[in-house]
Every structure is written in C-alpha cells, then in structure tokens.
Design a protein around this ligand. Structure first.
Ligand SMILES: Cc1cc2nc3c(=O)[nH]c(=O)nc-3n(C[C@H](O)[C@H](O)[C@H](O)COP(=O)(O)OP(=O)(O)OC[C@H]3O[C@@H](n4cnc5c(N)ncnc54)[C@H](O)[C@@H]3O)c2cc1C
Length: 328
C-alpha cells in the first residue's frame, strides 16, 4: 500500500480547522488507496476518538511532553521529524496557524519533503501524482503545484478553504497509541512565553458579518456596523486600515493578514475591495457592498451593490432590521 497520509494537529487550530485537515487527508488517502493517520501533538482534544471515527482515521498517535505541550517550535519540529522516521507518509497535512506557518517548512527541510503553504486543495491519483492548489501573491492568484511522484509533501491548509465533512458510513474504532518520542538533545532556540487566546465566538465561524472600512470616516461610526451586525445575529468585521487606526481590535480584521471568513452573508460598508481584503470574504455565499464609488472593486465580488453613502444606508438598514425584528 502507498504510504499513509498523515494529518498533524498541534493544538493551535480550532476544532473545525482540524476537521478540515482530516477531510482533506481522507480525500487524498482515498484517491491514492491508503489510510489516514492522525498525529496529535500536545494534549489530545476532548472527543478526539469520535472525531477520528467520523473521519475514518485508521490510527491516532498522540505525543506530548515538555516543549510539545507548550508548543515550542523547535521541539515540535523535532517531534514531527522523529515521528516521520518511524512512520513515514506520502503527505503531511497541517491546518495553517500562526504556529504551523513556522514549523511546516522546517519539518519539510528535516524530512526531505516538498512544502506548499496557503494550500486550498490537494488532488491525488492522476498520472501527474499529487497536485496542490494554493493561494499566492496576496491571495489574488491560485497556483497549481505538481509534486514529483515519489517525493513526500508537507501542506498547510488555509482556514476555511474546505468545508469539514464526515466520511460516509461508519468507520471502525481507530487504533490509538501514546508515543514516547526521544527528544533529548533538542536545542530550544525560542520558547513560547505567552500565547493569548480569545475565548469568544470567532469571526471565521460567523454566519453573518457586517464589516466596515475607511468609508465610515470615524471610529464612532463603526458603531453602526456593530449595531447592524448584532441585529442580524452576526459579528462585526473590519478592513485593515481601521484596525491599524485603532477603531477596533485586530480580532475583527478580515483579509490576508486577518481572518479568512466564509459566512452566509457579508455586508461590506465603505470598503474599497482591495485584493488583500477580498481574499478574506469572497467565500461568502452572498456579499452585499455599500460604496459611494460605483467603480469600486468591491462591486466586482458583490451579489448586491448599493451605490451610496454608508452613513445614510447603515442607519436605514438598522431601522428596518429593528422594525421587522430581523434576527437570524
Ligand atoms: C501585505 C498587505 C496585507 C494586507 N492585509 C490586509 C487585510 O488583511 N485586510 C484588509 O482589509 N486590508 C489589508 N491590506 C490593505 C489593503 O491593501 C487596503 O489598503 C485596505 O483593504 C483598504 O481598506 P478600506 O477599503 O477600508 O479603505 P480604502 O481603500 O480607503 O477604501 C475606502 C472605500 O470607502 C468608500 N467610501 C468613502 N466614503 C464612503 C461613504 N460615505 N459611504 C460608502 N463608501 C464610502 C470609498 O469609495 C472607498 O472605496 C493589506 C495590504 C498589504 C500590502
């Protein structure tokens, strides 16, 4: 049998991101007639065995201990490399997080594999072998990489690139093994001293997002966005300049250097539609744009466009949502 697909979770990804990597791993494994093994680094998340079964994972390998639990990059790189020595795979999939952005290329170098970051999909099974699609050049370009047959590949999957879906049918209970990897001699060049984590709802998971940009003119007017988002049962998003100007904190930033979202409804008020913003919202099912400039690029991505002043239109939408008692 072809070497397995290995999906690695480091604990820095959200549960749905881990499930998206398992969905992708399953697709690649099915196309190449192999299994998925799930490597969990650090404390195994609650319910991992159910998740593994839902995704038809053949085996779960768990490794923890000093440095792994804290997410120290040097230790994680060494741990994955040691694991690969004992059970090599054909593909190693990570969810793309602040941590795996650092470790994936280093792991690839250690194990002699190719690496593709910002991946949005992987196809296997054709004559060309493995093909990885990835976002490039600020997200406005898709690049298709062909991996040379016989060369292993490390892939980091962009958030929200694919929908997590369970496997068909019922899979047997996966084999679970707690590993004791020999990490003696690993030099810890950097250590995680503090990793702030926000506990509230995540913009990436919101079904409705009302986002504002520089067209709102002032920090006070951002309240219009917050109010409409709350009335629609959604969350408030923002373009980068207004985050940079301190109107709202960076947890709300949408785009290349912010959050990649996939809501049912995305309302962009006073946002020009720069590529670096749009990459974070084009997966929305319905995008509504409000802009005074009829030529603004955001309209190229919008299902509904309103050419007008968002400082007049947002209060109207708020009034109308209140009058109708709209709440999703
Ligand atoms: C490496 C890099 C990474 C980046 N990452 C991100 C990112 O993650 N997210 C992000 O958003 N940006 C990002 N940017 C910045 C990006 O290129 C744009 O500069 C930014 O998205 C523009 O924000 P904006 O649309 O709010 O402002 P502007 O470009 O100034 O657009 C304001 C818009 O509001 C309209 N407007 C003005 N008045 C009104 C009104 N009264 N009513 C309605 N419309 C009005 C204008 O016509 C205009 O279209 C990045 C840039 C770089 C170089």
């Amino acid at each position: 049998m072809t070497a397995p697909v290995i999906v690695c979770s480091t604990g820095t990804e959200a549960p749905e991101e881990a499930e998206a990597t398992l969905t992708l791993g399953r697709k690649v494994a099915a196309a190449s007639g192999t299994d998925v093994r799930w490597l969990l680094l650090g404390a195994a998340p609650d319910g991992y065995a159910d998740v593994a079964r839902r995704h038809g994972v053949a085996a779960v390998d768990i490794a923890g201990g000093d440095g792994i639990d804290e997410g120290d990059a040097d230790v994680l790189v060494a741990a994955v490399a040691r694991y690969w020595e004992r059970s090599p795979g054909q593909v190693l999939v990570f969810a793309q997080t602040f941590s795996t952005r650092d470790i994936a290329p280093r792991v690839a170098a250690r194990i002699g594999a190719a690496v593709v970051t910002n991946a949005v999909d992987v196809d296997a099974g054709g004559d060309a072998g493995l093909e990885v699609s990835a976002a490039a050049f600020g997200g406005d370009t898709r690049v298709l990489y062909a991996v040379t047959p016989g060369v292993a590949c490390v892939v980091t999957l962009q958030p929200n690139a694919i929908e997590p879906t369970a496997a068909d049918g019922t899979a047997p209970e996966p084999a679970v093994e707690k590993l004791d990897l020999d990490l003696s001699g690993v030099v810890r060049g950097v250590r995680v001293v503090e990793a702030a984590r926000s506990d509230g709802p995540r913009l990436e998971d919101a079904d409705v997002i009302v986002a504002g940009g520089r067209g709102l003119k002032s920090a006070e007017n951002y309240q219009l966005v917050v109010e409409l988002a709350a009335l629609l049962g959604g969350m408030a998003g923002a373009s980068r300049p207004i985050v940079d100007d301190g109107w709202i904190d960076s947890a709300h930033q949408v785009g290349l250097t912010g959050k990649i979202t996939r809501p049912a409804l995305y309302v962009a008020a006073g946002i020009s539609g720069a590529t670096q913003h749009v990459v974070g919202c084009t997966a929305a099912k319905t995008l509504v744009a409000i802009n005074t400039d009829a030529d603004a690029s955001i309209f190229r991505h919008a299902r509904y466009g309103i050419v007008g002043d968002c400082l007049e239109i947002l209060p109207e939408l708020i009034r109308s949502a209140r009058d109708r008692g709209v709440r999703r």
